[in-house]
Design a protein around this ligand. Structure first.
Ligand code: FE2
Length: 378
């Protein structure tokens, strides 16, 4: 039952995310770089960086790359740089009104730690100890259920792999949507579990047990990741809720029935999957680690809105909007008084009238009706 894979990527090398201005020619790309919407590979793992590649990356505004290092990865080495919007939140704390959720760095690290451990155990066919992640998911759900207002505040720049961060960011965003939909703990826990593991199949694209390696193109392999994730989790036998497995399988189905792998449509698609796919899109598109298609939060929301009823369940999209607002935290806006403001959070009474920061002070646009948003200055 135990599969042995000798040259597992996480053991043979460590991955360090480096800004491209610090890269030297000859350094080696540690992970495949994908265009996350078309599923095409932009650069494959093992590519040697040279001047030509650097200039292409710059022209596509790719700013960070996963690079091979010879050291062993250690969790202590995870560096967190706090996002711009979190700086604002800290600065503003004494004046802020209402409750906000912002996940503690320590909770995030513990979450990454247990998710990374399970992923590695899955990869080598080790028996899974599901207790740590169940505990962390439970804690997160409890914490989020007591929040009345969310500020989307995701940690982006951990040096551990994209897959782990993406799983956890997707879980956090999915829970925000779930709470907004008044889902009970009974449903929020499996929702978070499915969100954490939704892309786990990506780790097995070169595993002959799941993929016909010689006969599949990279794109064909990628399209199989939902089915592979389902198989991996089902055979590891540590997730008892079938709905969680279905959500993993169906997270690339589309509302209009044109998705993969089953071409299910509308309400036939697993409900957790319909939430996860929106959270997935938001994190993928705004994430600093998938720079090829990076969009601002505002552009991403417009993009998701434009696909309501086509790719996404319009009911879930509406509730997602209630979470992030039309002008998400950190969005630069041009105000009617000619000044540029930065959105801190929604005002709680409308998606279009957030609380903004101008010249170091707070302005609640729902209270001061003489000033309004003219345009996004992103
Ligand atoms: Fe996926």
């Amino acid at each position: 039952k135990f599969r042995k894979i000798t040259n597992s990527w996480w053991m043979s090398m460590a991955v360090e995310w480096k800004p491209i201005e610090n890269l030297k020619e000859g350094e080696i790309l540690a992970e495949d770089l994908y265009d996350r919407t078309s599923f095409n590979i932009l650069l494959s793992k093992g590519t040697k960086i040279n001047g030509e590649i650097l200039s292409i990356l710059k022209s596509r505004e790719i700013l960070w790359l996963p690079i091979e290092t010879k050291e062993t990865t250690q969790m202590e080495k995870i560096r967190t740089s706090i996002d711009f919007d979190q700086e604002i939140i800290k600065m503003d704390e004494p004046m802020a009104v209402g409750l906000k959720f912002s996940i503690e760095e320590q909770v995030y690290r513990t979450f990454i730690d247990s998710f990374e451990k399970i992923s590695k155990d899955l990869k080598i066919g080790e028996k899974i100890d599901s207790a740590p992640i169940e505990r962390t998911v439970g804690q997160l759900v409890d914490e989020m259920m007591t929040q009345k207002e969310f500020v989307v505040n995701l940690f982006r720049k951990h040096s551990s792999g994209y897959l782990y961060k993406h799983g956890i960011n997707t879980a956090i965003l999915s829970l925000m949507i779930g709470v907004t939909l008044s889902m009970s703990r009974y449903h929020l826990v499996p929702l978070a579990q499915a969100a954490v593991f939704h892309d786990i199949g990506l780790m097995f694209l070169n595993d002959p047990e799941y993929v016909d390696i010689g006969k599949s193109s990279e794109r064909e392999k990628l399209l199989q990741h939902t089915a592979i994730g389902y198989k991996v989790l089902a055979s590891a036998d540590f997730i008892s809720n079938e709905e969680v497995l279905d959500a993993v399988l169906e997270h690339h189905e589309k509302y209009d029935g044109t998705g993969i792998p089953l071409e299910k449509s509308s309400n036939n698609i697993n409900f957790y999957a319909r939430i996860i796919q929106i959270a997935d899109a938001y994190d993928s598109l705004t994430s600093t680690t998938s720079e090829a298609l990076k969009m601002s939060p505002y552009q991403t929301i417009k993009w998701i809105l434009s696909r309501a009823g086509k790719d996404y369940d319009p009911y879930v999209v509406n509730n997602f909007l209630r979470v992030v607002g039309m002008y998400p935290t950190g969005t630069k806006v041009k105000l009617s008084n000619g000044k540029i403001g930065i959105v801190l959070r929604s005002s709680g009474i409308g998606l279009l009238i957030p609380v903004v920061i101008i010249d170091d002070h707070l302005l609640d646009l729902s209270k001061d009706k003489s000033i309004w948003i003219e345009a996004v200055a992103d």
